[in-house]
Write a protein that binds this ligand. Sequence first.
Ligand code: ATP
Ligand code: MG
Length: 377
Amino acid sequence: MIVGIVGGGQLARMMLLESYSLGLRFVTLDPSADACAGHVGELIQAPYDNEDALRQLAGKVDVVTFEFENVPDTSVHVLSEQLPVYPPPEALGFSQDRMAEKNLFTELGIPTPSYLPVDSLPELEGAAFELGMPLILKTRRLGYDGKGQYRINARQDILTAWEALGGVPLIAEQYIAFDREISIIAVRGQSGETRYYPVPENTHRNGILHLSVCRPGDPRQADAESYIDRLLDRLNYVGVLTLELFEHEGRLLANEIAPRVHNSGHWTIEGSQTSQFENHVRAITGLPLGSTAAKGCSVMVNFIGNLPDRVETLALFETISFHAYGKEPRPGRKVGHGTINTVDAESLEAMIPELSRIALSASEAMTSSPLVATARK
Ligand code: ATP
Ligand code: MG
């Protein structure tokens, strides 16, 4: 069986690497000739809306999936006319528009921060009055890694926020001073069989995921599962689905969904019986799902902008799994990650500060390098 993936970045690359041993083959589509999934499998280099390339992809594979949600509607349409497409296009549609996504949470009784659509300055003023401040103004479409967001703390920020983001459809959300962020990753097969990974706790820096720490037995696991179950059923979902959640005053609030494998699930490669990548591929190809049980505790750290020194990192942590995606260093870009597993939570806690430091110092060195300053001009 041959699997097509729209998008040839690190998520596609890890789907390939994690599923080759099942005897599957892959073809990815990406506009960049250097897309890193192309280093490990066949790549069609073309824009996502190139209908000839989409037909070429459809002609080569048995099933198609996506590594990102912002796939143009017409591309999804061209593909789904010719072969099975998972996850269902309807799920992509919800995740592409924050307003539709929040309305879906509301329809399913999943708590979410209060929100209002904003299409004009008077509407933003009205939203600030109704929701109170602080609030977060977000573009409804095309945001990622915290891009397209503006935090409004007080009245004097309203005009600046409008000037920064106005002109496209927006959503204003109540700002939640959460206690922590978690995410639930579930996988649903073609027969409706569903499995859930233990939830990791996620820490962001500058709007980008920094650490995911999984300690099985999280007190919010059952609540998170019940919320993602409603989404999986409503969307008649096939594949991996992620739900990002805030924990606030003892309850969970849904932030957003990602209809795909997720950065907060990278720890599953070494930390669980079957990784999120393999289980996604199993689901879309109709294979039985693998166990999602954790082998112990795990911490994953993202390498942003630049990789830490490989020799130093491997020498420092003899049990680290070092993942370099084969991408050129660039500020803010996800270029790799590292995962460490331990049998107990205490040994894990002891390693987190040093692991975090190594990753942050590599990315800070990148941001302050004179080479980068020149390249940016
Ligand atoms: P990503 O691609 O990393 O998932 P994104 O650009 O799609 O991010 P969000 O997930 O909506 O955007 O927001 C990024 C981060 O900003 C969240 O993980 C959270 O830390 C913070 N954030 C977003 N919305 C709120 C909110 N209403 N209250 C408090 N913090 C928020
Ligand atoms: Mg998010």
